[in-house]
Design a protein around this ligand. Sequence first.
Ligand code: AKG
Ligand code: FE2
Length: 613
Amino acid sequence: MLQRLSKAIVTHASKIGTHSNLKLLNDVRAVTRRSYATVTAAPILEDKGITKVNLDKMFWSKPCSLALPLDSPLRVEDPNYEGIKRFMLKLMLFYMFNLEKTFKTTFSLLVLHMWLCLRRLKQDGKESVEFGNIFSDDGTSTPDAAALHSVQVMARYARLQASCLCLTDKEAILFGNFMFTSLKQANSSEKGTILCLSYVNHCNALVHITIDSLAEQFIKCKTRAFIKSRALVSLYFPSSIAFPASLMASTTAEVNQESNKRMSFTSVKSIAESPELTSTPSSYIFTTKPDHETVENPDDDDDVDIDDPIPIIDYSLLVNGTPDQRAKVIHDLGKACEHWGFFMLINHTVPKSLMEKMVDQFFAFFNLKEEEKQGYSGKEVTDPIRYGTSFNASMDKVLFWRDFVKILVQPEFHSPDKPVGFRDASADYSRRTWKVGRELLKGISESLGLEANYIDRTMNLDSGLQMLAANLYPPCPQPELVMGMPPHSDHGLLNLLVQDGVSGLQVLHNSKWINVSSTPNCLLVLVSDHLEVLSNGKYKSVLHRVVVSNKPTRMSLAIVIAPSLDTVVEPAPELIDNHTNPPAYFGMKHQDFMELQRSNQFYGKSVLNKVKI
Ligand SMILES: O=C(O)CCC(=O)C(=O)O
Ligand SMILES: [Fe+2]
């Protein structure tokens, strides 16, 4: 059965490219072992002077449509493959929603891998390949330790392709008139560079494979794991195969159920408002502290130390002060970014009444009917409006007591249609905070010894990203058992925070958690990860977290000021000296950084650490 199934898949895929109708069972019988291509390891690289490739940097590019150009010779006019249509539709259903780390997700990624590889092989004129084993030796879908790196690259590739599929015209997909991104590195600067993977095979031999044969390696999957799942049957095979209708129906129902689950979630607000709530649901309870929390002297009740108070920056002196006053503020800004990664901004140009109006508007948003809000339960970091709960709900092992909505307001302005007045208020708030953020970044540039416009220019702030977000922390019956937000640092350059009058934010300073009390009319400014990278670690993004209480609902507003999505953020060359201050971070595109954040269990500086050299 196993062999038959693998052959059937291969045959089926090879037929996709030849445009003939499927008579799959006949085709299966017609396949001979002769038609299988075998996988060969590439020669040892050093001998050939082949450049090795940093796998961590592969396949991070921006998703785009995969549709074939109209004049492509690969286009077909009438493929009529019902099975492919179903397959693609179901995959799209999966990928339209968050990828959770479930067996099903892993499985569908694997199916996608196979599809990608088979189609590519067909393109390359290879009819079929032999199935082997790369993912594991025991028939599960867990990668071998030796294969893990290559599996991760391929998974990333598959995810990228899945995002690209979402951007590809549906007709093109259903007709098969699309092509997945070439496995060759498109922008490889060195002509003739062969991308390569190295891994240890089951005989403990080090194998180097070129990226060209990666596809074949990937098809060397243990099919047993696949066969265990009925879903494979309906995902991969055309309806002309006589599988029992009941099986198809239940699989379809499963997929639909899965997608519904992804679309909706239970907000903390609705839990907190439930009349039956007497204790905290177990999914929110932290029984042990995560072992990577490295606070030496956690002291939750510690207030501001008189000798080392939270820095206060006077915005009016930065923009309108005398040269001496401005120089002093720039000096203080630098010190605040260096020693705290955090400061309070006073005398800024965002009116208190507007801040209050924004808080009211967001309360009104969260008070909309749950179905209305769930319409915004997006899954991609670049979704214009994203309503959600916890932190990274698809990854969080224990949920956080927080609902949120994130709205992209730059480079394009977005707003929910409700509540009434939201759009105008948020446009005004976004415009004013954007200006404040950019002015601050000028001062910060100067504090680093750079020209005032340096950050603005190199981070492409003319097309920069600004995100307006609100966090809602309803009262919790057992606040000591839950967290509103885990210790984390933010992406972007700066985050301008406002608390609505209820405290809860804590920042880590000198290994102590400091409560930040809610001070009216003041913007709390947090140094974020990209400023840490750009300053080559001189300025540190601040670790912060949120504790909740059983008092009234708390709300905070955040404004993320960030580079444009396609800006590669790296240490400013002007700050680098290869002897005394070598680069401490890799460059990474902002969008890739955000996606990394989204697809990881996010805790502490886990994402930033990935770009540390
Ligand atoms: O609620 C808060 O005070 C903090 C919010 C926060 O950390 C964020 O939005 O990134
Ligand atoms: Fe944050």
